[in-house]
Design a protein around this ligand. Structure first.
Ligand code: F6P
Length: 358
């Protein structure tokens, strides 16, 4: 009697990130090895499921993907099944029509929220956490973050040398939306004097006092700022007020807003740089290649065991799983007692807070 050959769908959703192709490779090769599965790549995230656009993935097709940036499956935030009443039924119908026994969804909060909705309707789903922002609830480290931190650190070192030569105040704006993980970790790695996070509203007068004090001693100040950071008396800065692909306005430009407010209060000239999508592109670091591979193999193992409704994750550095309902529609921000934040404080890094009387 012929045994059933499982058919597994695989998609990448939301913004791209270094390491996606490494997960695609690991999931595909592991599923082929473990259960002789047919792996069907779904193109452009959930848009591809809504429109039944797929591409078969073979061992050879994915073999060279480990170090390649971006995603060979494509990705988009368009056609979110949660945006229309018939979206989830249509996605389920198409999955059945494609003969999918299970779906592996690689993505951030948006993708994992859709995956959770499908799981609630009985679909066999496993999630894999992806984002350079490292802000997925229930996950201490998403792949792509390490690569982004390396890119920002390199950029900080570059603005450092030019800023120091000219005796300027340099502001570098990072991605991260409403979480400051990239700014915090790269800020420490790149020796920023001031780190501004979305989690801590900054006091422009206090920042000016720090810069002036540094003008006397060092004649140079390096500020690493998350794009979602805002002044106590200000608001979040948007690149365009119009909703982007994800249906939300895009952040960007906070560094210029700060420059314009700070400049009249200091002597040195200020230069602001928005690093932008450089942080999302390129080849993953060795750490992210390994993490993406670990996540991909773990996700394939869950599929092979028939263990669904979870996201793979890291807990205490070990592979683990977390139920998708703990992840859906949530974000992980930096807590004020975060050990890394406290480490930076002990080094004298300033977070833009109002000075308290001695
Ligand atoms: O979620 C990752 C992220 O890189 C954010 O940090 C950033 O604000 C956003 O995506 C930009 O996405 P896009 O330009 O693709 O809409």
């Amino acid at each position: 009697m012929a045994t059933h050959q499982p058919r597994i769908g695989l998609l990448t959703g939301g913004g791209d990130c270094p390491g996606l192709n490494a997960v695609i490779r690991a999931v595909t090769q592991c599923l082929i090895r473990q259960c002789n599965a047919q792996v069907l790549g779904i193109q452009d995230g959930f848009a591809g499921l809504m429109e039944s656009r797929t591409v078969p993935l073979s061992w050879d097709k994915v073999d060279d993907l480990l170090a390649l940036g971006g995603t060979v499956l494509g990705t988009t935030n368009r056609l979110n099944p949660l945006d229309t009443p018939d979206g989830i039924p249509r996605a389920l119908h198409n999955a059945r029509a494609l003969g999918l026994d299970a779906l592996v969804a690689i993505g951030g909060d948006g993708t994992l929220t859709i995956a959770h909705a499908l799981a609630q309707q009985g679909m066999a789903v496993v999630g894999v956490p992806k984002t350079i922002d490292n802000d997925i609830e229930g996950c201490e480290r998403s792949f792509g973050f390490d690569t982004a931190v390396a890119t920002v650190t390199d950029a900080l070192e570059r603005v450092h040398t030019t800023g120091q030569s000219h005796g300027r105040i340099m502001i570098l704006e990072t991605m991260g939306r409403h979480a400051g993980w990239i700014a915090l970790e790269a800020g420490i790695a790149g020796a920023a004097d001031i780190i501004l996070l979305p989690e801590i509203d900054h006091d422009v007068a206090a920042l000016a006092a720090v810069c002036r004090e540094r003008e006397a001693r060092h004649n140079f100040t390096l500020i690493c700022m998350g794009e979602g950071a805002k002044a106590l008396d200000g608001c979040i800065t948007y690149d365009t007020p119009a909703p982007g692909e994800a249906g939300k306005p895009r952040l960007g430009g906070a560094a210029m807003v700060l420059r314009d407010r700070l400049q009249p209060l200091v002597h040195s000239e200020i230069r602001a740089t928005v690093l932008g999508h450089v942080q999302r592109g390129g080849s993953p670091t060795p750490f992210d290649r390994v993490l993406a591979t670990r996540y991909g193999v773990h996700a394939a193992n869950l599929v092979a065991q028939g263990d669904f409704g979870h996201m793979v994750t890291l807990r205490g550095g070990q592979l683990a799983t977390v139920n998708l309902d703990r992840v859906a529609a949530k974000n992980r921000q930096i807590q004020l007692d975060d050990p890394l934040l406290l480490t930076a404080r002990q080094l004298g890094v300033h977070f833009g807070e109002t000075a308290t009387a001695p």
